[in-house]
Design a protein around this ligand. Sequence first.
Ligand code: 7PJ
Length: 286
Amino acid sequence: MSHQKSLEKRDGHSTKGIFSSDEPLIMGILNVTPDSFSDGARFNQFDQALAHAEEMIEQGADIIDIGGESTRPGAKAVSESEEIKRVIPLVERVSRLGVPVSVDTSKPGVMRASAEAGAGMINDVRALTEPGALAVVSEIKLPVCLMHMQGQPRTMQHNPSYQDVVSEVKGFLRERIAACVNAGIDTSLIAIDPGFGFGKTLPHNLELLTQLSCFNDLNVPILAGLSRKSMLGQITGRDVNDRLAASLAVALIAMQQGAKIIRVHDVKQTSDVKKIFIATNTAELI
Ligand code: 7PJ
């Protein structure tokens, strides 16, 4: 794995083979904030985001996930041209830092532009359900993460409802894997994600987390995004900026159930969790 990874690091673009890693990979979250649209503010944001990406790589990030559309509960939609303006210059620059860049988008135009800008992966919270998305990913031949969401970000937390959350989420992901394969996407390029907090109550999220290992028999890597999420606030009573310990606890629970990519804000601390996980897992084999 380290040999393959060092090859990837040299060209900085390709994630070919990244999903075949035995060890969990840490995906560092780089949000491009939409606060201001003036050029000056944009430049400032760009520099800050670049510095943040460099810091996360230094701390052990294996992938940098760049997102220009807020998918938080209640968030408004962003136009394709605005998303491209926010994200693509950063994708181009961060792709040269030596780790693969993932782009958190559902829009085929942003996916194509990301591939041209050097991105190494597409992370789609809508699992390539937007018209044209399957065809673009098949054409650009980048690894893709398919996430489950019930409803749409603006309203998804209003009344999430399932008969059996694990089997419904798993059934959806199984269908999306099949849709990808039908569109000509190689299974070695596919990862899945149950989508913690995306149209789910606390009991739904807890059931998915405690039964995450059930998703292993879909035979593609599992990505888990739990960092600082409101479910952790519901459990601990803590504010979003005070959820580090809870985030580390659930990162380890996810790793122990086979999650291969952990999407986090706190890369340095999650790297230590990963080291403990690897050390204890290796010890088991001796
Ligand atoms: C996720 C994501 C997640 C994947 C966001 C947040 C909300 N992509 N993008 N999985 N969450 N694959 O980070 O709180 O859980 S945005």
